[in-house]
Design a protein around this ligand. Sequence first.
Ligand SMILES: Cc1cc2nc3c(=O)[nH]c(=O)nc-3n(C[C@H](O)[C@H](O)[C@H](O)COP(=O)(O)OP(=O)(O)OC[C@H]3O[C@@H](n4cnc5c(N)ncnc54)[C@H](O)[C@@H]3O)c2cc1C
Length: 497
Amino acid sequence: MGEHAVLIAGAGPTGLMLAGELALGGIDVAIVERRPDQTLVGARAGGLSARTLEVLDQRGIVDRFLGEGQVAQVTGFAVTRLDISDFPTRHNYGLALRQKHIERILAGWVDELKVPVYRGRDITGFTQDDTGVTVTLGDGGSLRARYLVGCDGGRSVIRKIAGIAFPGWEATVSNILAEAEMREEPPLGIHRTAFGMHAFGREDYEIRDGKIIFATEGPVGIMVTERTPGAMTEPTLEDLRAALVAACGTDYGIHNLTWISRFTDMSRQAETYRQGRVLLAGDAAHIHSPVGGQGLNTGVQDAVNLGWKLAQVVKGISPDSLLDTYHAERHPVAARVLRTTMAQVALQRTDDRTEALRDIVTEWLGMDELRKQVAAEMSGLGIRYDLGEGHPLLGRRMPDLDLATSEGPARVYTLLHKAQPVLLDLGGTDGVDITPWSDRVQHVRASHDGPWELPAIGVVTTPCAVLIRPDGHVAWVGNGTQDGLQAALTTWCGAPG
Ligand SMILES: Cc1cc2nc3c(=O)[nH]c(=O)nc-3n(C[C@H](O)[C@H](O)[C@H](O)COP(=O)(O)OP(=O)(O)OC[C@H]3O[C@@H](n4cnc5c(N)ncnc54)[C@H](O)[C@@H]3O)c2cc1C
């Protein structure tokens, strides 16, 4: 029986990101993945949000994604685009890049970090005891680990076997997604009819002046609303034909189906993200409509919240209870995502009253203050973990400031490449001493010339020092004294050594 410190079920975006985070933390981690290779059939996520780009920047790999995708103002709410080019971040945009490429790039990074991936294997069961989890594989084999993380998607076997409830809302709309050839050219782009939304596109496209310009040749990507939600079987070409005729009056001579799938607005969230030595992340923990493009982004950010905590617990630096902060911090974030996606689904309805409501919401989102608030939420830049009252930075993402250090210029995010906490000492906090934590916390003395500004909040008081967690969130803000620093270091970085 193979043994690892941590086993991850699923090499989707969440599992891959988590594996990378744990490997950076020096943990013996392995992934078990059902698919024989990273190939992803069908269309899923279409891009990365500003905050996900920031977390990839924190690990020094964002250029791999930027080099392949198209930067654009793609943050949105329902049908309204929200321009974030005035937000104080290096990544004041989204990145259009298909999920298959996102996964391939992440898998390449995980491979460089030498994480073993057991491909073509299915986790079919597990039992947990006081010291670990024994995982059963579909081929009869088994693996043992101290912790198991279910990153195995919306139908998570790990969640089901753990008996974790997945309450939420049934589907109200159902859409068929497919790629096929069409004898007649359909009108490319997104269309709204009294019947619902439908869209036609092609694999290759360019974004010019904020508009998507699709290639003129090749198979057509199709999204069409079905007449009734709730079908439990896989859709067929006949289902697609019927939905096209109902929505468009023609099936455009559809033939040669490459792939077909269905998505709905079913919204559910795991009641708990942790049960003993078993944790859930990504779609295994939350599912919702793809409108707003937050699913993959939320999963990747779950992984970045959990990875360093699990690494510290496995290494014995922090108590097991640190893992409870993962649920405490990330469950409310996905609950908000469910709320915003449900609101957006409602706003996409095509009856006259919803049209009127959408017009009003669009007008409201044209107001600067509201645009900033909603865009901060949709881009992930506004996420705040509840770490108590205090300076506005507390619990929020640390801005990627340019710093001057004794070793030359540096960026805050460069300091986070190793996924270790950083005490950024900007002077004025008399003789900060973190010797008892010096084996795990980087103490960086630096200065920054310029204001500290947060998205949708604006300029905040310049602190004297900040404790930055490996996920880039601020755990303590110094205002000239060291009050609370030892407690914050103990909570987030373990007991003094
Ligand atoms: C049409 C559509 C459009 C979308 N658009 C966006 C978007 O624009 N932006 C966005 O952020 N999100 C979007 N999403 C959501 C996004 O695709 C998902 O949120 C994302 O894939 C979740 O990643 P994950 O790693 O948590 O789960 P998954 O991607 O589902 O990965 C789970 C992995 O686990 C493996 N697995 C499952 N069971 C087992 C098992 N028992 N043993 C071993 N391996 C197993 C699977 O093979 C898979 O590789 C969209 C989704 C759809 C359907």
